[in-house]
Ligand binder design. Structure first.
Ligand code: COA
Ligand code: AMP
Length: 632
């Protein structure tokens, strides 16, 4: 039996023993009474009775343990004229303690919620860690979301304070954040008590006296705050992610299990160790940013990189190679779409050849399917392991991966390799029956899930059970379809629900339909995700107009596109909406989105026997061809 098999077997046969051992790598203020409390399934709790502070483990512990002068975080920002700022563990600890003091002075304490709506500036990490220091619960909202999306999150998380910035910088565009924040607060029923605004030199936000506070002023008068021990099972953060409706799911992350799992993942999955440089080129607004820009590298005593830029255009497709070489990055983690963008602009890797990348060991990719073309291009260019791994906001760390720190298994392009220790991945059919090798079905994980995964949804235990746990009792329902091959390698074929992945960003087509349906001329609509050679998937819409509407279809289409931009955000990349006479449906009225998607992607499809009117498929095909899809 290989080393991976041995470790995996131990993790599923004796989860308490396995994770109890891993937990020794974390500093606890009180040791746990029980590693795994499985007395109330499907609610599993890890390290019950234990107390700790996540910020202490991410910063203070390293300062006290000899890493005070090691660089903890490098801010590299090509969009602000090439800013590079380095923070040692001591400096970062001091800034976090001071900002925690500022939040404390605003009345933020253990259990309070704080929304962080910020671009990729180091103060975003400072704000997150400051909340963790106080035992407060942060909820970071991606800066690309429109005010309406932010408002939904404000109403659900009910933050005492919102921390934001005057602007974000997207390539060459400077986007003022304050007007978006104000609009969101106007839209929301819940009103935060105060906002703290980081003024960036590119835009001065107008602050409302007494309500908006300037980051630099509140920190100048703050007294540093100490770490507050919290229960291992207390929430560290809420991160909203798209579900099948417009109401996002508030994924909860606890403190203890999260620290243990992330710390373990660095050595065992990524083969990264204290003192080394790890770079996740993502955004703090996504789970990758939470886990692998902020928490995991810092819990491990690594140097992490906060990159405010894009893979291309800031200034060129050599941006990633420049950062890796300049900062001595050992492991890069990003989304396949970033590599497709680089490949498009530099297909022969001329920029790659310009840099000395001696210390660069592995590329990890996740967030969407890694298509074999991109895999081969990246691996031929880099001549280093290119590791696909599969995970979700819900799990917070990889479900399937090639665990390089345990045993490098042979790579099979198209597969994220095997279940990570702790995740017993199985394939079920619709009736919940286990399927054999090479049979495609729904990918599920046998309970209990390992530590660090979602213990519930924020104040929505019932939704947690109905969304994930009651579909197949005894299993976590991942929402992905796929299969295992004869060697137990996992293949993820795509979502089985209304979630799509656009440039590695998770979005809900159901949420987009809810927006389109509010257009006064629209009777009904459908949004599907279609294959896109750059972004993996992009959404396109179909609308049926109300009887008697005789306005120009082009005008209506433009309005629909603008509505999604305004209400969800530009990141939805919603650019096409076709007006059709009817939507294809089954006789019972279910819209045949799967069939529409196959037509759009030029795949062969069979006409469902339950369809009420097959003739409509021809109209859908022409509409798709009109916007460049449905090519044979
Ligand atoms: N704030 C505001 N707007 C944002 C934003 C942010 N943080 N991020 C993206 N947007 C906007 C963009 O400006 C763009 O607007 P436009 O339609 O007005 O041009 C729109 O949202 C789409 O953005 P994006 O999908 O990022 O497209 P792009 O063409 O700017 O860049 C890539 C393409 C491939 C370079 C980029 O998507 C990328 O780097 N993806 C990697 C994603 C990633 O790291 N995912 C995390 C999971 S690991
Ligand atoms: P998110 O919650 O944004 O991380 O998105 C999770 C979803 O992205 C998963 O359910 C998958 O559909 C998809 N995904 C993430 N990583 C991969 C991967 N390596 N291969 C295929 N799909 C992936």
């Amino acid at each position: 039996m290989g080393r991976y098999d041995e470790v995996f077997r131990k993790s599923v046969e004796d989860p308490a023993g396995f994770w109890g051992e891993a937990a020794e790598a974390i500093t606890w203020t009180k040791r746990w009474d029980k590693v795994l409390d499985d007395s109330n399934p499907p609610f599993y709790r890890w390290f019950v009775g234990g107390t700790l502070n996540t910020c202490y483990n991410a910063l203070d512990r390293h300062v006290e343990g000899g890493r005070a002068d090691q660089v903890a975080l490098i801010y590299d920002s090509p969009v602000t004229g090439g800013t590079v700022q380095k923070f040692t563990y001591r400096e970062l600890r001091d800034q976090v303690a001071t900002f925690a003091g500022a939040l404390k002075a605003l009345g933020v304490g253990k259990g309070d919620t704080v929304i962080v709506y910020m671009p990729m500036v180091p103060q975003a990490a400072v704000a997150m860690l400051a909340c963790a220091r106080l035992g407060a619960v942060h909820s970071v909202v991606f800066g690309g979301f429109a005010p309406a999306e932010l408002a939904v999150r404000i109403d659900d998380a009910k933050p005492k304070v919102i921390v934001s910035a005057s602007c974000g910088i997207e390539g060459a565009k400077v986007l003022a954040y304050k007007p978006l924040l104000e609009k969101a607060i106007d839209l929301a029923a819940h009103k935060p008590e105060k906002c703290v605004i980081l003024q960036r030199p590119q835009v001065q936000a107008a602050l409302k006296p007494g309500y908006d506070l300037d980051w630099s002023e509140v920190t100048a008068r703050a007294t540093p705050a100490d770490c507050v021990p919290v229960a291992a099972t207390d929430p560290l953060y809420i991160l909203y992610t798209s579900g099948t409706t417009g109401l996002p799911k508030g994924i909860v992350r606890d403190n203890g299990g999260h620290a243990v799992a992330l710390r373990w993942s660095m050595d065992n999955i990524y083969d990264v160790h204290p003192g080394e440089v790890f770079w996740a080129a993502s955004d703090v607004g996504w789970v990758v940013g939470h886990s692998y820009i902020v928490y995991a590298p810092l819990l491990t005593g690594c140097t992490t990189i906060f990159y405010e830029g894009k893979p291309v255009g800031t200034p060129d497709p050599g941006a990633f190679w420049r950062v890796i070489s300049q900062h001595g990055v050992k492991v890069l983690f990003t989304a396949p779409t970033a590599f497709r963008a680089i490949k498009k602009e530099d297909p022969t890797g001329q920029y790659f050849k310009k840099y000395d990348l001696g210390g660069f060991k592995y590329l990890f990719l996740a967030g969407e399917r890694l298509d074999p073309d991109t895999y081969h291009w990246a691996s031929d260019l880099l001549k280093r392991p290119v590791v696909d791994h599969w995970w979700q906001t819900e799990t917070g760390w990889p479900i399937a991966a090639n665990c390089l720190g345990i045993e490098a298994l042979p790579i099979k392009p198209g597969s994220p390799t095997k279940g990570v220790p702790g995740y017993d991945v199985q394939i079920l059919n619709d009736a919940g029956k286990l399927l054999g090798p090479n049979q495609e079905g729904i990918v599920a994980v046998k309970l209990p899930l390992p530590p660090g995964t979602l213990p519930t949804l924020w104040q929505a235990d019932d939704r947690y059970v109905s969304s994930y746990m009651s579909v197949f009792p005894g299993y976590y329902f991942t929402g992905d379809g796929g299969y295992l091959d004869d060697d137990g390698y996992v293949y993820i074929m795509g979502r089985v629900d209304d979630v799509i992945n656009v440039a590695g960003h998770r979005l809900s087509t159901g949420g987009m339909e809810e927006v389109l349906a509010t257009h006064p001329d629209v009777a009904e609509c459908a949004v599907i995700g279609v294959a896109d050679s750059m972004k993996g998937q992009v959404p396109i819409g179909f609308v049926v107009l109300k009887a008697g509407v005789d306005r120009s279809a082009t005008d209506i289409q433009k309005e629909l596109v603008q509505m999604i931009r305004d209400q969800i955000g530009a990141i939805a990349c919603f650019k096409e909406a076709s007006v059709v006479s009817r939507l294809p449906k089954t006789r019972s009225g279910k819209i045949l989105r799967g069939t529409m998607r196959k037509i759009a992607d030029g795949e062969t499809y069979s006409i469902p026997s339950t369809i009420d009117d097959p003739a409509i498929l021809g109209e859908i095909e022409s509409a798709l061809q009109g916007v460049g899809y449905a090519k044979k």
